[in-house]
Design a binder for this molecule. Structure first.
Ligand code: TRP
Length: 350
């Protein structure tokens, strides 16, 4: 069986550092490993609409932003098919049939959906489309027979739900669909980068993100304002490195060579942490170091992004080509699905 990779993002905002370490970086590595010929990257506009039906403009305008973020991080349309979800109507058709394989109570138990309902204060007013988006996500994945889905930790329940749908379909009808597996970032800190304020997640609505498009000054200002250890009041006080967002970011981004380049008084992160815990190391020194590292990582991305954004038509053309390619693949799977279910009447006979 050939490996097929599929993943995607909702275009509800520009992508941030959490997306970058949690998933984007990994995708680019997988793409450039040369081991995978079938890579699909989806801008999930239809999924974004499930809780933004009253704000089409937001979703629409962020399609280009997300595409720019992809390209500037190194996703390459020659090696990966980048496409827009709503341009593949076959995904809706697949979802419609999968809906019969999932119970309401199973959806209610999906931890990601549960958490998102809580975050959005939906309580009794959950849109049906939103409630059922795990089913549509199963369609996204299975339409391409993807077996590898690189995602952040918060998406694990979605992959599990997809696997259940695949098993039900294959048992009930015929073995057509492929069970996917999630691929998390190798460094577990990267799976869920906290916000600048220490909140569990970077999120646009919480205003605690560093965006890939942020200017150098914005990055610096945001790092200066980051939460650290609230018990570390004076430089000489002993500090905590665990649950300290600045150190969590260092866990995600810092490599030994950064010390040689930006903070030669230490050899590695363990030494720096050790000093902080002992006392005598000020937050400003650590933040300045983190700033150097992030500036270094984000500068080439930002510069590429600025260049690409001068020709948005080229970006839209790329998405159109990608969507056409993706549609051909999804249509072939839908055809197989309908045959397996025995509803391809005019093809397979009544
Ligand atoms: N739910 C994902 C997110 O919120 C986006 C997404 C939609 C996705 N369809 C997908 C991710 C299929 C992986 C595979 O980020």
């Amino acid at each position: 069986m050939v490996d097929v990779i599929l993943t995607g993002d909702r275009p509800t905002g520009k992508l941030h550092l959490g997306h970058y370490v949690g998933s984007l970086k990994r995708r680019v590595e997988l793409q450039n490993s040369g081991q995978y010929q079938n890579i699909f990257i989806m801008i999930a506009d239809a999924q974004a609409l499930t809780d933004n039906a009253d704000d089409i403009h937001k979703v629409r305008s962020n399609i280009a932003e997300v595409a720019l973020d992809y390209l500037s991080c190194g996703l390459d349309p020659c090696k990966a098919t980048i496409f827009i979800q709503s341009q593949i109507p076959e995904l809706c058709e697949l979802s419609f049939y999968y809906m019969n394989l999932v119970t309401v109570s199973r959806l209610q138990r999906n931890p990601t959906v549960k958490n998102e309902i809580h975050l959005r204060n939906f309580q009794q007013s959950i849109p049906v489309g939103f409630f059922t988006y795990p089913i549509s996500q199963a369609a996204d994945i299975t339409a391409f027979k993807a077996n590898i889905v690189p995602v952040g930790e918060d998406q694990l329940p979605m992959i599990e739900q997809t696997r259940e749908i695949v098993r039900s379909f294959n048992t009930l009808y015929r073995k057509v669909l492929v069970e996917p597996k999630a691929v998390l970032p190798e460094n577990s800190t990267c799976s869920r980068l906290p916000g600048l304020d220490g909140a569990a997640k970077m999120s646009k609505s919480l205003g605690n993100c560093i965006y890939l498009s942020d200017s150098s000054d914005e990055i610096k200002r945001k790092i200066q304002s980051m939460f650290t250890d609230p018990t570390h009041l004076r430089v000489q006080d002993p500090g905590h490195t665990e649950n300290n967002p600045v150190f969590i970011y260092l866990d995600a981004f810092c490599r030994d060579e950064h010390f040689a380049a930006f903070l030669p008084a230490y050899q590695n992160l363990d030494e720096l942490k050790e000093h902080y815990r002992r006392g005598g190391l000020g937050d400003m020194v650590v933040k300045r170091f983190l700033n150097e590292i992030l500036q270094n990582e984000l500068k080439p991305i930002r510069e590429k992004r600025e260049l690409l954004s001068t020709d948005l038509n080229a970006v839209f053309d790329m998405l159109k080509d990608g969507s056409q390619k993706a549609r051909t693949v999804a249509a072939a799977t839908l055809d197989e699905v309908k045959s397996a279910m025995g509803i391809n009447y005019y093809k397979n006979g009544f």
